[in-house]
Write a protein that binds this ligand. Sequence first.
Ligand SMILES: CC(C)(COP(=O)(O)OP(=O)(O)OC[C@H]1O[C@@H](n2cnc3c(N)ncnc32)[C@H](O)[C@@H]1OP(=O)(O)O)[C@@H](O)C(=O)NCCC(=O)NCCS
Length: 135
Amino acid sequence: MSLNYEWRGSFENAEVNGLHAEAFDTGVHSRDESNWNELLAKHSLGWVVARDSGRLVGFVNVAWDGSTHAWIQDAMVTKKDRNRGIGTKMIEVVRSECRRSGCEWLHVDFDEDLEKFYVQSCGFTPTSAGLIRLS
Ligand SMILES: CC(C)(COP(=O)(O)OP(=O)(O)OC[C@H]1O[C@@H](n2cnc3c(N)ncnc32)[C@H](O)[C@@H]1OP(=O)(O)O)[C@@H](O)C(=O)NCCC(=O)NCCS
């Protein structure tokens, strides 16, 4: 077993679409729809690709304001690889790469059930946040 984590690592769109469909239970119909490579190149500070002997096991996208704020979006780990510390390690990589890029703040929002992951395991401070559904 060889686990590795790569900041701005390469990936196929189909791999990430498959992982996203599994992680967020969006079903097979959403597979192969998004061009992650194009979207991330335009809008992201970076992303982490986690692989186990070449197989994609985790992915997280990091959006930013071009300056000092970065946002975690779509942290995901394949179902069969959860609870191996992969999610926590990916966020550690995000933290250090964001710091290295000059960011001062790393944001995330999440449902209550993920508090243990983000607060206890990854070290986020709980804070107030707001959300408006636009469609
Ligand atoms: C959230 C997610 C990325 C975590 O990945 P992971 O590799 O399983 O996380 P870790 O193994 O590093 O877990 C660290 C700790 O957080 C806890 N944890 C992880 N996922 C959790 C979840 N979904 N609910 C509650 N606790 C969770 C684990 O129990 C573990 O605690 P422990 O160290 O006491 O055992 C993964 O569960 C996932 O892909 N979920 C579906 C997609 C999702 O909801 N993403 C978040 C969007 S905001």
